[in-house]
Design a protein around this ligand. Structure first.
Ligand SMILES: [Zn+2]
Length: 82
């Protein structure tokens, strides 16, 4: 991800991303918001859920699909100006 103001790289695992409350760019201090990029989300989540449907069964499958859906949302976040 990149700050829309100064193009500073902001990692999904960075402190900025995982901080609760108001988030700001570590480069320029601009207030930022994180949004799920639906296109990216579909690209990540759909194949994984599809695979889980075939490989797994029962409660494990339901759990795996839930985890994948959450993980995909997190991985497909994008940064916008708040
Ligand atoms: Zn910035």
């Amino acid at each position: 991800m990149e700050c829309p103001g100064c193009h500073q790289k902001i990692g999904v695992f960075s402190k900025t991303t995982n901080k609760f409350g108001k988030k700001a760019c570590p480069g320029c201090g601009k207030a930022l918001k994180f949004k799920v990029d639906l296109k990216k989300y579909t690209l990540i989540a759909l194949p994984l859920i599809f695979i889980a449907q075939f490989v797994l069964a029962g409660i494990i499958k339901a759990l795996a699909v839930g985890i994948v859906a959450g993980l995909a949302a997190w991985l497909s976040m994008k940064v916008i100006e708040a």
